[in-house]
Design a protein around this ligand. Structure first.
Ligand SMILES: C[S@@+](CC[C@H](N)C(=O)[O-])C[C@H]1O[C@@H](n2cnc3c(N)ncnc32)[C@H](O)[C@@H]1O
Length: 312
C-alpha cells in the first residue's frame, strides 16, 4: 500500500502549459508544498534539467523530499521565498526558465498535528507556516493587539463585516483568560457573530484566514518577492502564480500590469521621464480558473486564480 501524504495540485495542466518547460531547463518552485507540481516540473525538465524548490515549512519539506526521492536533480531551500535573490547568490544559482508560485497553505496544514490552522480541531492557536523562521503566533496577535489593530486585520485580510464586534469580544474575553486554542477562538466567534441564514461557511472561516495572513505576513512577502522573480528569469522565461483570494490576486495583477508598461510616470506628466522598460508580457488577460470538474474533485481549488507572464 502507498502511504504517501499528498496534496492534489491545483490547475495542474494549465501550470505546465504556461510554464512551457523543455528538457534540460532550470525551474523554481517557490511553494514546494508536498511536491505535487514539482513532480510534474521534474518530469518536464528530465534528468538533465534542474529544480530549485523553496519551502518554509519544515514538516511539508520533509514530506516533499520523501515524495520526490526518486529525483536527484533538486536543490531544496528551507527558507521563506522572500529571500529568493539572497538564496540564489548564496548557492551561486543561474537564471531560470520558469518560476511557479502556488500560494497559501496545503491540505496537509489541516491534517498535521498542532499547527492551529483548523477551527474544526482543538489545538494551540499557532498558524505559523514555519515555527523556526517566524516568531509570533496567532495567539500572540489575539492576546496582545489593540482592538483597532485586530479589527483592521479581520476587516482587511478576512473581509469580515463583524470585525469590530468580534475584536471587542476578544478583548473582553482575554481579560478573564488568555485565548490560546483554536476551539476557544472558534467558540467565541460562533457566540458573537450573527448567524447568517443560507450560509454554508463556518462563522470562523474569515477570521482564521485573516489571522493566518497576518501571522505569516503573506501579502508583504508576496509584494517583496515579485520584483525578485523578474531578476532571476531568463529572457522568455515564464512566471506562473496561483492565488486563492482577491487580496493576493490584486497584488499579482497590479505587479504584472506595471511590468508590462512602457511608461510608469504619474498621469499628470505629459512627456515620459521614467524611461521604464517593460520586463514582462502578460499571457493571461484574465485569470484562469479551475473547471467545474476540477472543483468537484478538489473543492479546495474553488477559489484558485492563475496568472502567467513571460520575461521580455
Ligand atoms: C498551496 S501549497 C503548495 C502545494 C504544491 N504546489 C503541491 O503541489 O504540493 C503552498 C506551500 O507553500 C508554502 N509557503 C507559503 N508561503 C511561503 C513562503 N513565503 N516561503 C516559502 N514557502 C511558502 C506553504 O508552507 C505550503 O507548503
Amino acid at each position: 500500500m502507498d502511504n504517501k501524504i499528498t496534496h492534489s495540485p491545483v490547475l495542474r495542466k494549465l501550470v505546465q502549459k504556461y510554464l512551457n518547460l523543455k528538457k534540460g531547463n532550470i525551474a523554481v518552485d517557490l511553494t514546494l508544498g508536498l511536491g505535487g507540481h514539482s513532480g510534474d516540473i521534474l518530469e518536464k525538465v528530465g534528468p538533465k534539467g534542474h529544480l530549485i524548490a523553496f519551502e518554509q515549512d519544515a514538516q511539508n519539506l520533509k514530506i516533499a523530499k520523501e515524495n520526490l526521492k526518486k529525483y536527484k536533480n533538486i536543490t531544496y531551500i528551507h527558507q521563506n521565498f522572500e529571500f529568493l535573490e539572497q538564496e540564489f547568490k548564496k548557492h551561486k544559482l543561474p537564471k531560470v526558465d520558469g518560476i511557479l508560485m502556488d500560494l497559501g497553505l496545503c491540505s496537509s496544514h489541516f491534517d498535521l498535528e498542532n499547527r492551529g490552522f483548523s477551527f474544526r480541531k482543538d489545538e494551540p492557536l499557532d498558524m505559523r507556516f514555519s515555527s523556526d523562521l517566524t516568531q509570533k503566533t496567532a495567539a500572540d496577535l489575539i492576546n496582545r493587539l489593540e482592538v483597532q489593530e485586530l479589527t483592521d486585520i479581520f476587516r482587511n485580510y478576512g473581509e469580515e463585516k463583524y470585525a469590530f464586534r468580534i475584536a471587542s469580544a476578544i478583548a473582553i474575553q482575554r481579560k478573564l483568560n488568555p485565548i490560546t486554542t483554536t476551539k476557544e477562538l472558534a467558540d467565541l466567534i460562533e457566540e458573537v457573530r450573527p448567524h447568517e441564514r443560507h450560509s454554508h461557511i463556518h462563522p470562523a472561516t474569515q477570521i482564521f484566514q485573516a489571522l493566518r495572513i497576518a501571522v505569516n505576513d503573506e501579502l508583504e512577502v508576496l509584494k517583496n518577492v515579485l520584483p525578485q522573480t523578474v531578476n532571476i528569469l531568463k529572457k522568455n522565461g515564464r512566471l506562473v502564480v496561483i492565488s486563492y483570494h482577491s487580496l493576493e490576486d490584486r497584488i499579482v495583477k497590479h505587479f504584472l500590469k506595471l511590468q508590462e508598461k512602457e511608461c510608469i510616470c504619474p498621469i499628470e506628466i505629459l512627456i515620459c521621464q521614467c524611461k521604464h522598460e517593460p520586463t514582462l508580457k502578460i499571457l493571461t488577460k484574465k485569470p484562469d480558473r479551475p473547471s467545474e470538474d476540477e472543483i468537484n474533485e478538489n473543492p479546495r481549488s474553488r477559489s484558485a486564480l492563475l496568472r502567467a507572464a513571460e520575461r521580455l
